[in-house]
Write a protein that binds this ligand. Structure first.
Ligand SMILES: Cc1cc2nc3c(=O)[nH]c(=O)nc-3n(C[C@H](O)[C@H](O)[C@H](O)COP(=O)(O)OP(=O)(O)OC[C@H]3O[C@@H](n4cnc5c(N)ncnc54)[C@H](O)[C@@H]3O)c2cc1C
Length: 397
């Protein structure tokens, strides 16, 4: 890339998107300043295990990130198989010769992806400013401040366990309506969670059902369990640029709409935003992210639209179809690939499948569920937007 002499690049948020952007700037010889409102990285997470998906490209996800300047030196564990359960409790084992995903831990403690990226950033000379909430970027920069509102919620437990390592996923509207449940175990640490895309207020009931299910089917045993909850935001913006302010990661809405995989998209978009700024052409950012991420994001919105209409019988058909494939990674890659018919369906349904807004009255109720707690009151929404939202809040057709 043809770098020019540049001013310091200001980046809001020290999550994967912000730190990948900072690494790109620093590795190109620029000065990256990351403003993080919390006292350390990873404050949004709780030591929970998450997977970096490795099926949306032919090439390997960690190879791609490494080529962009994010070294694989963070702790991770690759998984080539996972056990899936359909709504009847039938078991399917999906395998691939190459890793399906890389499990990482998220949070403030050592060994997490967040601490691993921070270590790389410090070594590369990135300036990290903690306890430094930023509401305005008068000279432009990158906003990577995470989700702006919930489209789905994740509720569950992180725990210690003697159970063997493994990945277990269940699809059933009785356990997680329009979503899924997962149990992840890696090196004595576990995460069990329900990812809900509907009926958010009854999260407690779904959590209890999910625990009972995984105890029976997958031998879940937990000690020192700690409850956690989180939200995710999905939006295909018409633009992720507001003048010379570029939005990356979940702040732009970049997240897989079907399952909520966001880490890889966050790091890729952070890198692309930094590249556009380094080249002195922030206006090219929309073209860059559309070309690398746009097709996949549209396909994921179409996939979510279809999935949310399937119901339990549809899940059974879907799971049987993956089971028939010899290579689950290839099946998933096709499923996530852009195609003319997905573009067509997107044009018809994209708006309907776009980011949810809270049901009327929800944010104002006294409900204590994760969904209600994560809705910023109207004043906070206005305050956050002073940094400039991605212009045009509608999905691009
Ligand atoms: C429970 C849960 C499970 C998940 N599981 C997976 C998974 O298995 N696989 C996957 O790929 N993805 C998963 N995701 C999604 C993934 O974690 C996110 O997409 C990813 O972390 C987004 O990275 P980001 O850098 O955009 O935002 P974040 O990681 O949210 O980082 C944003 C940072 O910006 C800071 N910030 C915000 N506003 C300001 C401000 N004004 N000033 C300064 N700092 C600010 C925040 O404190 C935060 O540190 C999961 C999400 C949740 C909640």
């Amino acid at each position: 890339m043809a770098e020019r002499a540049i001013q310091a690049v200001h980046i809001v948020g020290a999550g994967p998107a912000g730190l990948a952007a900072a690494l790109t700037v620093a590795r190109a010889g620029g000065r990256a300043i990351v403003h993080e409102q919390r006292p350390d990285v990873g404050g949004r997470f709780h030591g929970d295990l998450q997977g970096i998906e490795n099926w949306t490209t032919h090439g390997d996800a960690l190879d791609e990130l490494e080529a962009l300047g994010v070294a694989r030196s963070f702790e991770h564990q690759s998984y080539r198989e996972g056990v899936f359960y359909d709504p009847e409790g039938r078991e399917y084992v999906y395998r691939s010769p190459d890793p399906l995903f890389y499990l990482v831990r998220r949070g403030r403690e050592s060994g997490t992806l967040d601490q691993g990226l921070k270590r790389q950033a410090v070594a590369a000379g990135v300036e990290l400013r903690f306890r430094d909430p930023v509401r305005r970027l008068p000279n432009g920069g990158i906003v990577a401040g995470g989700p702006r509102g919930p489209d789905g919620i994740v509720v569950g437990y992180v725990f210690e366990t003697h159970r063997a390592d493994g990945v277990f996923v269940a699809l059933s509207d009785d356990l997680a309506p329009k979503g899924y449940c997962y149990l992840l175990v890696s090196r004595g640490r576990g995460t069990v969670a329900a990812c809900l895309f509907a009926d958010f207020h009854r999260e407690k009931m779904y959590t209890d059902r999910m625990l009972a299910f995984f105890r029976e089917k997958a031998g879940l045993s937990m000690s020192n369990a700690m409850r956690f909850g989180g939200t995710g935001n999905v939006l295909l913006p018409a633009t992720a640029r507001h003048g010379n302010i570029l939005f990356a990661g979940e702040a732009a809405g970049f997240q897989d709409a079907l399952w909520g995989f966001g880490m890889r998209l966050a790091m890729l978009s952070g890198h692309l935003a930094a590249r556009a700024i380094l080249e002195g052409t922030p206006e090219t950012y929309d073209r860059l992210w559309r070309s690398r991420l746009g097709g996949q994001l549209k396909a994921s919105i179409v996939n979510r639209y279809a999935f949310s209409r399937m119901g339990d019988r549809g899940y059974v058909r879907l799971m049987s179809s993956i089971a028939r494939a010899r290579n689950a990674r290839e099946w998933l890659r096709h499923h996530y690939a852009a195609s003319p018919w997905k573009r067509f369906v997107f044009a018809l349904t994209g708006r309907a499948a776009a980011s949810r807004r809270p049901p009327p009255g929800c944010a104002l109720s006294n409900c204590d569920c994760t969904w209600c707690r994560s809705h910023p009151p109207p004043t906070a929404t206005r305050r956050a937007s002073s940094i400039g939202p991605p212009a045009g809040d509608a999905p691009a057709a």
